[in-house]
Design a binder for this molecule. Structure first.
Ligand code: ADP
Ligand code: MG
Length: 473
């Protein structure tokens, strides 16, 4: 097998691996890991995967090589083949090149030479080229976050924009917008040292460096960047020690007027397991939310994505998707690519609403979980979780062990169904003011009681929901 055949094999195996993952989030996460693979070489009876840093090679060798081999076999690889991940040496010196002070004293000529040899662009994870401002559709749901991101690009590191904290539900464009900042600054200020990674990677990497006794290296690395993009900071909640490290890095960078951008699936005040000094740092800059897009924005996003497709996807099909898939832009994209495959494999097929609803059945069903959830189902599920009967939740029993589950059920009914207070009141045999009080009480407790939040997340998970999907009332 030659190198081209090896690359070819991986091109086929990669989508198969991704298709085995159950959720879109996991697919995305894995796809990001895969983007760390820089090249593949065939070496006798081994396939050598080159990765952009040693950390990634280690992670792949340890956790994913078996499964990757399985997928490669599915597309024709010999079962006796060895899969090896190693760091791509040509990336070694490109990573973590700090934009040092003395570099600024070099002549223009030297500067360009240096840039050509060693782009200052540093990154543990590659930015996706297509995540640009141009590709991002602005609408009322994201205009503030969009303007703030643009603000960072024109005033990186300046007070007021530093840090920028973007929050909102999954699949609404947080990562896209964050990477657009990175891509734009990489273009306009090529000497800037840019680092993009998820908080989860920051955490894993920290643990790794700690175990190998190389923490000073870790510190040096993150303190040498000009722009730090940290995606999904909710993951920092998993570790106390890493929060301390993050705080120090954060403080160091901010003092030097280096720009920090973060995304999160909830607002800073809804991160109960995060140190309060971190939270106050987060809200000390600019905090912007991305909301679910309106029909017009959804349609505009679809039109933008489908612009270059041949054969063309009819507007009526785009409208169908925009009408029926409302919660996630990511789900809309999934639906769009299904339609795209259909249009190119069966050209000329009339895309009737009936056909579309069959084709997109899974996506549409997913959407309807939110709408179809009934108060009775919620009561049933909550009661079961607390080992009680549904009638206990409706009873007049005021003992604390019943009040909390009851109020949780009220909270879920209010935040995750379209029922009003009156209707919920009827189902709980209570006045609407009591429902309102219950909802507020849970809301308040969630900010301080991590355990309650965990229980609630567990209950929501049974409905395939997350707390961040809650209606904002
Ligand atoms: P999040 O990080 O909030 O979970 P992502 O940034 O990964 O969401 O977005 C999911 C997908 O939806 C991406 O492919 C992104 O390009 C697309 N997307 C989200 N919002 C927009 C938008 N306003 N315009 C264009 N594409 C969008
Ligand atoms: Mg994201």
């Amino acid at each position: 097998m030659d190198n081209d055949q090896a690359r070819n094999l991986w091109e086929k195996a990669r989508p198969i691996y991704l298709s085995t993952l159950p959720s879109l989030e996991e697919k995305e996460q894995m796809d990001r890991y895969f983007s760390m693979i820089s090249d593949i070489e065939s070496n006798g009876d081994s396939l050598v995967f080159k990765t952009k840093n040693s950390m990634a090679a280690e992670i792949f060798n340890k956790n994913y090589s078996e499964r990757i081999k399985g997928c490669l076999m599915l597309v024709g690889a010999d079962p006796s083949i060895n899969i090896i991940f190693t760091q791509d040496e040509s990336f070694a010196e490109r990573i973590f090149v700090p934009a040092t002070e003395n570099k600024r004293e070099e002549t223009e000529k030297e500067k360009t030479d240096a840039n050509e040899k060693q782009p200052a662009f540093v990154s543990t994870m590659a930015l996706r080229e297509e995540y640009t401002f141009d590709e991002f559709v602005m609408g009322p749901s994201n205009s503030y976050a969009y303007s703030a991101a643009k603000g960072v690009v024109s005033h990186p590191g300046e007070k007021g924009y530093n840090p920028l904290f973007i929050h909102g539900g999954t699949g609404l464009g947080k990562t896209h917008l964050m990477q657009a900042i990175g891509n734009e600054l990489k273009r306009t200020k090529p000497q800037m040292a840019i680092c993009y990674l998820t908080a989860e990677m920051f955490l894993n990497e920290y643990v790794n460096y700690m175990q190998t006794g190389k923490l000073p290296l870790f510190r040096e690395k993150y303190r040498s960047v000009d722009l730090l993009l940290i995606d999904d900071v909710q993951f920092l909640q998993r570790g106390k020690v890493v929060q301390e490290e993050f705080f120090n890095t954060f403080q160091f960078l901010q003092e030097k007027n280096k720009q920090i951008v973060m995304t999160c699936d909830v607002s800073p005040k809804n991160l109960p397991q995060l140190e309060s000094r971190l939270i106050s740092r987060f809200i000390g800059g600019m905090v912007q939310e991305i909301d679910s897009p309106s029909f017009e924005t959804r349609l505009a996003i679809l039109k933008k994505k489908a612009e270059a497709y041949t054969p063309k996807i009819p507007d009526s099909a785009l409208e169908f998707i925009a009408e029926n898939i409302k919660s996630h832009v990511r789900a809309m994209e999934g639906a769009l690519s299904k339609v795209r495959v259909m249009v190119s494999t069966v050209p000329g097929e009339q895309l009737s609403p009936l056909l579309l609803s069959q084709l997109l059945k899974d996506f549409i069903e997913n959407e309807q979980t939110l709408k179809k959830l009934t108060i009775e189902e919620i009561q049933e599920t909550v009661a079961e979780k607390f080992n009680m009967r549904r009638s206990d939740l409706i009873s007049q029993d005021r003992s604390a062990s019943v009040v909390t589950p009851r109020q949780l059920a009220m909270f879920i009914s209010r935040k995750f169904t379209s029922n009003g207070l009156e209707m919920i009141g009827t189902k709980f045999d209570r006045k609407h003011a009591t429902i309102l009080h219950g909802v507020k009480s849970i809301q308040k407790r969630l900010d301080v009681e991590a355990n309650l939040r965990i229980v609630l997340e567990e209950i929501l998970a049974e409905f395939g929901l997350k707390l961040s999907d809650a209606k904002d009332i």
